[in-house]
Design a protein around this ligand. Structure first.
Ligand SMILES: [Zn+2]
Length: 346
C-alpha cells in the first residue's frame, strides 16, 4: 500500500483554521435539520486532485457508498461507450438499473442518459454564469440564492433539481444497502445549491493537492498555460474557503491528496471517523476486494492496484514554471500546512 519512494515526511501539525475568516456557523442559513435518513458528504476542490482515489477508498467501507460525481456528465459525453467501474456499459449495469427503478418508485424518470441532477438555469453561457456560477463573494452568492428561491420559475426549477438529488441520494443508498453517500463533484457551488434546495445538509470534505501536482496534471489533460492553471487552482481554493465559513467545524474536513498516498490507512480512518462510520479492524481487506460502481476517471478501472503518488511535475514543469506556481500559491499552501511536505516539492 502507499508505494511511494520518497522518504516519509515528518508528522504534520493539524491544518490551521483562520480565526480572522471564521464566523458563527450558518450552514448557508439552512432552516432546519436534515429531512432524509441517508447521510451525504460532498467532496470539494479542484480536478486532478485524487477524488476518484478517495471515492474508491471510502467506498470499500461497508457503511459508505461513493459513486463518483453523480452528475451524468461523463456518461452523456462518452455515451454509449462509457462503462461503469464494474466493467459493464453504463446502460447495462445492474446496479444502475436498480437505481433507475428506485427513482421511478419515487416519481422520477431516471436513466443512464437522463440524470438532470445538475443545478443549471438558463440556456446561454452568460445567463448560466450569472444565475448559478460563483459571483466571487459569499455575500453576493447568498443574496442571489435568496432571490432565486423567491422566484417562481427559477426557484421552482432549483427545488425540482434539489428534490431529484435528494431522491437519488435515497435511491443509491437504498440499492447499495449503505447509509452514507460521498459525492465527489468537487464544485463548491453544487454544495451551496444542494444545501439550499434539496433539504439535505451535507458534510464537506475539502480535498486539496499541492499546486505543483495539480498544474502538472492539468497541463497533461488540457490546453491550459501554467499561468491560467495556477490561477484556476487559486480561484477554486478561495471559493472553497468561502464555503467553509458557512459550515460548523464538525461538518468540515480537509484532506490532502499527498496524505492519502503517504498514509493511506490513517487518512481513510480519519475520513471514516468524520463520516460517522465505524472502522472495522479488517477494513484493509475489504479495501482491496470489493464491488464498486464508480463513475470518474480511468483510474476506477484499474483498482485495486495500490496507491502511488503522482510526482510527474518534476519532469513536466520547468524551473521557471515551478517558481511561478510556488510564488502565486504561497499563502494558500501555508494555510493548508504544506510546509511539512516541502522535501517532496523541491
Ligand atoms: Zn456497475
Amino acid at each position: 500500500m502507499a508505494a511511494i519512494r520518497a522518504s516519509e515526511p515528518r508528522p504534520r501539525p493539524p491544518i490551521p483554521d483562520s480565526p480572522r475568516t471564521r464566523r458563527a456557523p450558518s450552514v448557508l442559513d439552512h432552516p432546519g435539520p436534515p429531512s432524509h435518513s441517508a447521510r451525504l458528504a460532498c467532496v470539494v476542490g479542484t480536478s486532478y486532485t485524487g477524488s476518484t482515489l478517495l471515492a474508491l477508498l471510502v467506498n470499500a467501507h461497508p457503511e459508505v457508498l461513493s459513486l463518483g460525481e453523480l452528475n451524468g456528465a461523463m456518461s452523456r459525453v462518452l455515451w454509449p461507450a462509457y462503462r461503469c467501474s464494474c466493467g459493464a456499459p453504463l446502460g447495462d449495469c445492474d446496479f444502475w438499473r436498480r437505481v433507475s427503478e428506485a427513482m421511478h418508485r419515487r416519481g422520477f424518470d431516471f436513466g443512464a442518459r437522463q440524470w438532470n441532477t445538475s443545478f443549471t438555469l438558463g440556456t446561454h453561457a452568460l445567463t448560466r454564469h450569472i444565475l448559478v456560477r460563483s459571483l466571487g463573494a459569499d455575500s453576493l452568492d447568498r443574496a442571489r440564492a435568496r432571490l432565486l428561491a423567491r422566484s417562481e420559475t427559477s426557484g421552482g426549477r432549483l427545488r425540482e433539481i434539489g428534490l431529484r438529488n435528494a431522491a437519488l441520494v435515497e435511491s443509491v443508498t437504498e440499492c447499495a444497502g449503505k447509509p452514507i453517500l460521498v459525492y465527489t463533484s468537487k464544485d463548491p457551488m453544487r454544495v451551496r445549491f444542494l444545501t439550499g434546495f434539496s433539504g439535505l445538509v451535507p458534510q464537506v470534505i475539502h480535498l486539496v493537492r499541492h499546486p505543483l501536482g495539480f498544474v502538472s496534471s492539468d497541463l497533461r489533460h488540457s490546453q491550459a498555460t501554467v499561468d491560467a492553471s495556477v490561477r484556476g487552482w487559486v480561484r477554486r481554493q478561495r471559493q472553497v474557503l468561502r464555503l467553509r465559513r458557512a459550515f460548523p467545524e464538525d461538518r468540515w474536513l480537509t484532506v490532502r491528496y499527498e496524505d492519502m498516498c503517504i498514509r493511506t490507512e490513517q487518512e481513510v480512518a480519519r475520513m471514516l471517523d468524520f463520516l460517522g462510520a465505524t472502522t472495522p479492524d479488517a477494513w484493509i481487506d475489504a479495501l482491496m476486494g470489493h464491488e464498486h460502481h464508480v463513475l470518474g476517471n480511468e483510474m476506477r478501472m484499474r483498482w485495486p492496484a495500490g496507491v502511488q503518488m503522482d510526482l510527474s511535475w518534476r519532469t513536466r514543469l520547468s524551473g521557471a514554471d515551478v517558481r511561478l506556481v510556488l510564488a502565486r500559491t504561497e499563502l494558500l499552501r501555508r494555510g493548508f500546512g504544506y510546509a511539512d511536505l516541502d522535501p517532496l516539492f523541491q
